[in-house]
Design a protein around this ligand. Structure first.
Ligand SMILES: [Ca+2]
Length: 97
């Protein structure tokens, strides 16, 4: 990847590309929305990668509720993009420190 995190955050188009790629990899059943079980699968994978305890159903519900701003029970691309933006902003802060 040639663009830096800051360049991605500065460009809505680049941000969309990054978020879309991440969204598609999570949205395994290709419905255009991320549901509970897809989110759970990602969280289990992340915990495995990090070597941490697997998420409980409460953990998954908490993350889902946090991201699901319109409360329809699934995470839309726009809702997911907020998360990607947060993660990238956190990365920039970390790099700056
Ligand atoms: Ca939603």
């Amino acid at each position: 990847m040639s663009a830096t995190v800051k360049q991605i955050l500065a460009s809505e188009e680049k941000l969309n590309d990054v978020a879309r790629a991440a969204f598609d990899s999570v949205n395994t059943n290709k419905t255009g929305e991320i549901n509970y079980s897809e989110l759970e699968a990602v969280m289990i994978q992340v915990s495995k990668d990090l070597g941490t305890k697997p998420p409980t159903s409460e953990d998954v519900s908490e993350v889902l509720n946090h991201l699901d701003t319109n409360k329809d029970g699934v995470i839309s691309f726009d809702e997911f993009k907020v998360l990607i933006k947060d993660v990238l902003n956190a990365m920039v802060k970390k790099l700056d420190n």
